[in-house]
Design a protein. Structure first.
Length: 585
């Protein structure tokens, strides 16, 4: 019988370097990868060594050790990650990371009050192949979610494939369905846009579609920026002040009820920066923003633009006389005054008594080139450069004949939007600069104000508008101590065959305070009443009172203090100094 040598005595059978069985490729590995390969080789052959030495218990121990090691490493990694997140990651970082790539920034007003925000909703899916009891599933889901469409739910449960049953479920609604423990019911997270004001400033804020894309208002105008700010976790500030917006909407609704009007508009702006502080359109649930897309012939509001052009070109001054003793004839056309004075009047009196005859004579005297130039400077011949895409272009005359110039001087023959008019009046009251309106806090980016009229003309127009409130047709817009100035506008609407006095538009555009330095804080207020049912239908009756009330209520928000001026005391009483001075003349 031959004797077999002990394995250890066979050449090369003794203890071997673990890597020797790994081949040439393994031997070429870097030291770190070679260490890993050796570890794998050692574990792999540990079971064979245990069996070769007749120690099966070591085989089990190695296996148990391997399982424990793997699980230990996994849990150690999770623990390290959890500890790092708790100690070093920013609060809310995990939530922000969970948001979809369509997340939008919060929309806030100029004081940080929330206007719109993204929230997490859920979509409900049903796979009928996994529903255990269809009758029970239908009955229970209907019980906890009664708002679901019954036919749609029934079609999903008794269908042949997985479908979405509802979207926009709140976390509470999702929990109620989830707690039913039904088979075949799953959920998916989705972003949704919500508007906590429930309709306030809706035309201005706008809306998004189900895909998170802006489709109107500020949501569309600033869509790219809202996405960029959303990714950065910062809010986007609009120019509006919710306190002023609330006042404007309240007063517009009151005016609509008092006048039984078809529609209306109210706007407040900062004339120095062009910032829109409030904008409201009535009906508030209507689809159109009439402030930006409504076209109107606004009547005598346009006398401010004609008079400003006359003063700025030197064609007239406050003492220039205009014959309004009889109608003004242009060919066969006969122009008359609503408040006829039947006398020769100064330019100031033409403005205060809102004389169509006087401004027509001035416009025809200046001619088409001057009128077109100043109307263009005032932004009346093109859409208002506001960020809202709803800002519409005006409907301007095709010719500038003398009869057209006469009509333009008192607000007929051209249809403009309210935002165009309030921007133009802002230029007349801020020192003569046209500043584009903006919904961005701080004003339009890169806007370069353009000169419209001289500073002296601006001072003259401020004084003239103030006189119109204390002595002319705008008396109902007065607010004690706030030095409101402005101009009324009344226009009959074209009904297809004629201008019908029973279908009218009444407007008032005001500025306050009308005194002080040209660069002082100053605010414009426009109220337009479309087709008032009450009589009289003129702007002085239907729109001016709302302007006065708005100024009175928002003055504390914009920091305008009540004070005396040459016309009235801060409490609204006539200034006795002026009365004594007039008595001595």
């Amino acid at each position: 019988m031959s004797v077999q040598p002990h394995p250890s005595s066979v050449r090369g059978a003794g203890p071997r370097a673990p890597w020797k069985g790994l081949g040439r490729r393994a031997r070429r590995l870097s030291p770190s990868w070679r260490w890993l390969a050796e570890g794998v080789w050692w574990i792999e052959h540990g079971f064979e060594r245990a069996r070769a030495h007749g120690r099966p218990e070591e085989d089990s121990r190695v296996r148990i050790f391997l399982v424990l090691a793997v699980f230990g490493l996994v849990f150690a990694g999770l623990g390290v990650k959890a500890g790092y997140a708790a100690l070093f990651e920013a609060v809310g970082a995990s939530y922000r990371g969970a948001a979809s790539d369509r997340s939008r920034a919060d929309l806030v007003d100029r004081n940080g009050r929330l206007l719109a925000t993204d929230v997490i909703f859920y979509a409900l899916f049903i796979d009928p192949s996994q529903v255990w009891d269809r009758d029970v599933a239908y009955r229970e889901i209907r019980r906890v979610l009664p708002r679901l469409n019954a036919d749609r739910l029934k079609g999903a449960i008794w269908g042949d494939r997985q479908v979405i049953v509802a979207s926009g479920l709140t976390p509470e609604e999702r929990a109620r369905v989830h707690d039913l423990g039904l088979g075949g019911v799953t959920f998916a997270m989705e972003d949704g846009r919500v508007y906590p004001l429930d309709g306030e400033a809706r035309h201005l804020i706008g809306a998004t579609d189900t895909g998170g894309q802006g489709i109107s208002g500020a949501e569309l105008a600033f869509d790219k920026e809202l996405r960029a700010e959303g990714a950065a976790g910062a809010p986007f500030e609009l120019s509006i002040d919710l306190r002023i917006q609330g006042v404007v909407e309240n007063e517009l609704a009151t005016t609509m009820a008092q006048t039984n009007a078809k529609a209306g508009v109210a706007i407040v702006t900062n004339v120095q920066t062009g910032e829109v502080l409030a904008m409201a359109s009535w009906p508030d649930r209507g689809s159109r923003n009439l402030a930006t897309s409504g076209h109107y012939e606004m009547g005598s509001v346009f006398k401010s633009f004609a008079v400003a052009a006359g003063l700025d070109t030197g064609a007239a001054d406050m003492t220039t006389l205009f014959d309004a003793s009889e109608p003004f004839m242009i060919g066969k056309r006969r122009i008359t005054d609503f408040h006829a004075q039947n006398r020769i009047m100064t330019l100031e009196e033409v403005y205060l008594h809102s004389s169509n005859i006087g401004t027509s004579r001035l416009a025809v005297q200046m001619g088409p080139d001057v009128m077109k130039d100043y109307f263009g400077r005032l932004g009346l011949l093109e859409r208002a450069p506001l960020e809202l895409v709803e800002s519409a272009a005006p409907r301007v005359p095709g010719d500038w004949t003398p009869t057209t110039l006469a009509s333009l001087s008192f607000g007929y023959g051209i249809m403009v939007t309210p935002v165009q008019v309030i921007a133009a009046v802002g230029a007349l009251s801020n020192g003569g600069r046209y500043v584009p309106l903006s919904l961005r806090k701080g004003g339009a980016l890169g806007a370069e104000p353009r000169p419209v009229v001289s500073p002296q003309t601006s001072l003259n127009m401020l004084d003239l508008m103030r006189r119109n409130v204390v002595r002319g047709s705008g008396g109902r817009a007065n607010a004690a101590g706030l030095r409101v100035g402005g101009k009324t506008g009344s226009a009959n609407k074209w009904t297809g065959s004629r201008y019908d006095p029973a279908v009218a538009v009444g407007t008032f555009i005001g500025v306050f305070p009308s005194d002080g330095p040209l660069d002082a804080p100053r605010y414009a207020i426009l109220v337009l009443v479309d087709e008032p049912g009450s009589y009289p239908r003129t702007g002085g009756f239907v729109a001016a009172p709302a302007v006065g009330r708005i100024a009175d209520r928002i003055a504390p928000f914009v920091g305008v203090e009540r004070a005396d001026d040459r016309w009235q005391l801060a409490d609204g009483r006539p200034n006795p100094t002026l009365r004594d001075m007039e008595a001595s003349l």
